[in-house]
Design a protein around this ligand. Structure first.
Ligand code: ARG
Length: 280
């Protein structure tokens, strides 16, 4: 039997909107902390019910976005490429994510100085290929470096709408040959790449994409996502997946939802390399 799926999360003890680095964030609006804690707990419990082992990292005062563990870095087999955050406000997180990866036995291989790279927020495997978003956070050069370092094919795609500033806000691989995506977040070229390279696709409607429904966590054939996307849930069902809606309203105030709150440590369901028979 396969090992349990492993997911890294960080409790929202110090979560808040304390600066503004994406269009969703407003310091003036603030966050309901009790509600955020309840929403985070519901995600952790749901992933547990789905059979995942949820590992918790220690929260750190003064790092309100440390909850978004998708941005810790990129996992590939026993290699961990830690993020290099574009904005100073998040740069203090890196040391904590690197320490976590070392403590778990990963080989930590940081990108060269001067490159921005925001980990699994911007780099997602679908099959053997790494789909990589750039412009608002990660640089296109960082993706090229990651591809060479890991020896995998990388397809960089420009993100064109600042509301979809990380690739995982508008694109979610659900199996090695299947993904959901919001076409409006990409240019013509990016859309063509996705259509040419992924055989089974679900297009998310603008109003549902705006509710962060592409920012989903996949465990087996269950897709955990923000509530309020009935059409996407139907499309997923038709493809043999089950949508599991939860409420992420407090985290959306920071520009994140289900997927951003998690890092899949043993490889995403859609990553071909997690299959033990795939070549190293
Ligand atoms: N406030 C955080 C930021 O702007 C949200 C990060 C969301 N993470 C993600 N993987 N999309 O960086």
């Amino acid at each position: 039997m396969a090992d349990k799926p492993r997911v890294l999360m960080c409790p929202p003890d110090y979560f808040g909107v304390e600066y503004e680095i994406n269009p969703w964030m407003s310091v003036a609006r603030g966050v309901d902390h009790a509600r955020a804690a309840a929403q985070w707990g519901a995600l952790r419990d749901t992933l547990g019910e789905l059979g995942a082992e949820v590992e918790q990292m220690a929260p750190v005062a003064g790092l309100p976005d440390l909850v978004f563990t998708a941005n810790a870095g990129l996992v590939y087999r026993d290699v961990f490429i830690p993020s290099r955050f574009r904005f100073r406000a998040r740069q203090g997180e890196t040391a904590h994510f690197e320490a976590w990866a070392r403590s778990r036995g990963f080989r930590v291989e940081p990108p060269p100085d001067g490159m921005s790279f925001e980990g699994a927020g911007d780099a997602l495997f679908c099959g053997a290929t790494l789909f990589a978003g750039y412009r608002f956070r990660s640089d296109v050069q960082s993706h090229q470096w990651v591809g060479e370092r890991l020896g995998v094919e990388v397809l960089p795609m420009e993100l064109v709408d600042p509301r979809y500033y990380h690739l995982d806000t508008c694109f979610c691989p659900i199996a090695p040959d299947a993904a959901i995506y919001y076409p409006g977040a990409f240019d013509e070229y990016g859309r063509a790449v996705i259509r040419a390279r992924i055989p089974r696709l679900i297009e998310v409607r603008p109003e549902e994409a705006h509710g962060f429904s592409c920012n989903a966590v996949v465990v087996g054939r269950t897709v955990v996502l923000n509530r309020g996307a009935p059409r996407l849930a139907e499309d997923l069902r038709a493809m043999g997946f089950e949508a599991r809606p939860l409420d992420f309203s407090e985290f959306i105030k920071s520009g994140g939802s289900a997927k951003c709150l998690t890092l899949r440590v043993d490889g995403e369901e859609a990553a071909a390399w997690r299959d033990p028979d795939s070549p190293p």
